[in-house]
Design a protein around this ligand. Structure first.
Ligand code: ZN
Length: 196
């Protein structure tokens, strides 16, 4: 089965989500330099949890969640952390993929758009990166922490912005969380690093 139709549908759903959330549209314009790549699928156990336990969502979130779910088998899922850093249970129930970006399914040099999922009762340790970032909650909910900001318990359609190198962390409680995350330059190709 060809990957491209479901990846194209995920891309269009992400575009609709971006245009429908003012904070995302203000963060960066939708890229006009997109080209499809042949980035292969890379399965991870956690990706299946997006289908089985996506968390509750709003009607706009449902459209994106369904498009992501249909694309799961064709996406290049990653961890970016080792078990030594975050523990095996975390890796078993966490994954992300780069839909758009310098190394994404759709190449762009102007933004990076990742889809990321955490199962319930996980703590994503404090980390930072050079790129500015905005999280949006597609489904489920999570408690967001960041240096200099009060904690925020966020559900579908809520957003949270992080400045360049601002350390941040996240906790899921009873619910999982599925997020669409945007990065803008500089630092699109940098990896995130755990903060001291
Ligand atoms: Zn971040």
């Amino acid at each position: 089965m060809s990957a491209q139709p479901s990846l194209n549908r995920a891309l269009q759903a992400a575009k609709g989500w971006h245009s429908g959330l003012p904070a995302l549209a203000a963060f960066c314009p939708w890229p006009d330099d997109l080209s499809a790549t042949d980035l292969p699928a890379h399965p991870l156990p956690a990706a299946k949890l997006i289908a089985s336990d996506p968390g509750t969502t709003s009607p706009p979130g449902m459209a994106l969640q369904q498009a992501i779910t249909a694309a799961i088998p064709h996406l290049h899922w990653q961890h970016g952390y080792s078990a030594a850093e975050v523990g095996q249970d975390f890796l078993d129930r966490f994954c992300w993929c780069e839909l758009i970006g310098p190394a994404g399914h759709f190449q762009s040099q102007t933004i990076r758009l990742t889809l990321a999922y955490w199962g319930p009762n996980l703590f994503y340790p404090r980390h930072h990166h050079r790129a500015e970032e905005i999280y949006s909650i597609v489904s489920g909910r999570a408690l967001f922490h960041a240096d200099g900001l009060p904690d925020a318990d966020l559900g579908s359609e809520a957003t949270r912005q992080h400045a360049s190198n601002q350390p941040h962390a996240m906790t899921t409680q009873a619910a999982p969380v599925l997020t669409l995350v945007l990065w803008r330059p500089p630092g699109l190709t940098d990896m995130f690093e755990l903060s001291q």
